[in-house]
Write a protein that binds this ligand. Structure first.
Ligand SMILES: O=C(O)C[C@H]1C=CC(=O)O1
Ligand SMILES: [Mn+2]
Length: 387
C-alpha cells in the first residue's frame, strides 16, 4: 500500500491575461488570478488543484489573496501528516479548522484527489463514482460588450465546431439596453445555437419580472442568476412566471443546504454546478444529488479556471446522472496561455473528457513559474497566439 501521508502543501497565485476584456455585471476583467495548489504525499505522489475566482473579491467573498491565505495558514497546517486518501475525513478536518472558504477547500481537495488518483494510476473519475459521459456540449461566453464582436465570435466558433451554445453576460447597463443588446445578438444568430443570459445578481425582483419575458421571447432559454443570491422569493416567482425560459441558480447555490432550500421552494429549474463554490468535487456530487432528487437539471459551470480546474470539473461532471444542459469549461480558451502541455480535446462543439491518471493532464511547471505572481517582471505574451 503506498504511503499517502500528506507531507507538504504549496500554493501560489498566477496572473494570466485574458484574450480580450471580459465584461460582467460587476466589472470588466483583463486577467485571471487562479490559485494553484500542489499536495505532496510521503510515498512520492503529487497532485494539482486550483481555485479561481473572478474580479478579486467581486464574485463572492473569496479573493485570490484570501484563498492563498486560507491554504497556507489554516488548511495546510490542519492536514499535515494526515492520510491523504481519506477525503471525507480531510474535508471534516478542514471544516473544523476554518469556516467557509469553500474555494480554498476545493483547491486542496482537488489536489488530494489528483495525487491519490495518480498514485493509483487511475483517472479521477474512477474515484468519483465512475464516468457516465465521455463528452459534454461546450458553451462559450459572449462578453466583449459589443454586439458585432460578440456575433462575429459566435459565428466563428460555431463554424469551427468548437462550441455548441452561448451565454451572454448582462447586468452592467440599464436593463432596457441589456434587453436590446441580447435581442440584437439573438436576431443575428438566426437560431444557430441556444442562448443563455447571466445577470450575475444585478437586478431586483421587479426589474427581472419586467424585462426577462422579452429575453425569453427573443429565444433565450436559460436565465442565470437574475437577482441577488439571497433573493430566493424572486427566483420562485420568476420560475412560475417564465413559461419557455428556465431559471438557473448560480451564486444562490453553493452548499448542499442552499441546494435543499432552493429545491424545497421550487425556486429554479437548473443548478449551475461549480467545484469551487461547492467546496470540492465530493460536495459537487452532493449538490447534484439534491438536484436529481428534486427534478432539477444541472449545468457544468466555470469560474474561468485554467486547464487544471477545468479538467477536474470535467471529471466530476462526467460522473453525474440526470438532465444536463452542457458545460462552459472554456476558461483555458479565454486565457492567453495554458499551463498544460496539451489542452483538453474539443470536437463537434463538445469537450472530451481527458482520460489518464489523475485529471488526465500534463501540467507544465515552467508555465506555472512564468505566470507566478511572485515573479518580479511582468509576463510578456503574444496576444495573437490564441484563438
Ligand atoms: O457564471 C459566472 O457567474 C462566472 C463565469 C462563468 C462564465 C463566465 O463568463 O463568467
Ligand atoms: Mn453565473
Amino acid at each position: 500500500m503506498p504511503d499517502y501521508a500528506i507531507e507538504r502543501i504549496e500554493a501560489r497565485i498566477l496572473d494570466i491575461p485574458t484574450v480580450r476584456p471580459h465584461k460582467l455585471s460587476f466589472g470588466t476583467i483583463q486577467r485571471q488570478s487562479p490559485v494553484i495548489v500542489q499536495v505532496f504525499l510521503r510515498g512520492g505522489a503529487m497532485g494539482f488543484g486550483e481555485a479561481a475566482t473572478i474580479g478579486g473579491a467581486s464574485w463572492n467573498e473569496e479573493s485570490p489573496e484570501s484563498i492563498l491565505h486560507a491554504v497556507d495558514h489554516c488548511l495546510g497546517p490542519a492536514l499535515m501528516g494526515q492520510d491523504g486518501a481519506r477525503f471525507e475525513a480531510l474535508l471534516a478536518r478542514m471544516d473544523r479548522a476554518c469556516r467557509g472558504n469553500l474555494f480554498a477547500k476545493a483547491a486542496v481537495e482537488m489536489a488530494l484527489i489528483d495525487a491519490v488518483a495518480r498514485a493509483r494510476g487511475l483517472p479521477a473519475w474512477q474515484l468519483l463514482g465512475g464516468k457516465l459521459h465521455d463528452r459534454l456540449p461546450l458553451g462559450w461566453t459572449l462578453a466583449s460588450g459589443h454586439v458585432e464582436q460578440d456575433v462575429r465570435e459566435a459565428h466563428d466558433l460555431l463554424d469551427r465546431g468548437l462550441h455548441a451554445f452561448f451565454k451572454i453576460k448582462i447586468g452592467a447597463r440599464a436593463p432596457a439596453d441589456d434587453v436590446a443588446h441580447v435581442c440584437e445578438i439573438a436576431r443575428a444568430m438566426q437560431g444557430r445555437a441556444p442562448l443563455t443570459v447571466d445577470v450575475n445578481q444585478a437586478w431586483d425582483g421587479a426589474t427581472a419580472r419586467q424585462h426577462l419575458p422579452a429575453l425569453v421571447d427573443a429565444g433565450v432559454r436559460l436565465i442565470e442568476q437574475p437577482v441577488a443570491r439571497w433573493n430566493v422569493a424572486a427566483l420562485q416567482q420568476l420560475s412560475m412566471q417564465l413559461a419557455g425560459g428556465l431559471v438557473m441558480a448560480d451564486e444562490s447555490v453553493c452548499t448542499p443546504f442552499e441546494a435543499m432550500a432552493l429545491a424545497a421552494g421550487r425556486a429554479c429549474s437548473v443548478f449551475s454546478l461549480k467545484v469551487a463554490k461547492h467546496g470540492g468535487l465530493l460536495r459537487t456530487r452532493e449538490v447534484a444529488a439534491i438536484a436529481r432528487a428534486a427534478d432539477i437539471g444541472w449545468y457544468g459551470g466555470t469560474m474561468l479556471e485554467t486547464s487544471i480546474g477545468s479538467a477536474a470539473s470535467a471529471h466530476v461532471f462526467a460522473t453525474l446522472p440526470g438532465a444536463n444542459h452542457g458545460c462552459e469549461l472554456f476558461g483555458p480558451q479565454l486565457l492567453v496561455e495554458d499551463v498544460v502541455a496539451h489542452p483538453m480535446p474539443r470536437e463537434g462543439g463538445a469537450l472530451l473528457l481527458p482520460d489518464g491518471p489523475g485529471f488526465g493532464l500534463e501540467v507544465d511547471v515552467r508555465q506555472l513559474d512564468r505566470f507566478d505572481r511572485r515573479r518580479a517582471r511582468p509576463v510578456l505574451v503574444d496576444m495573437g497566439a490564441r484563438a
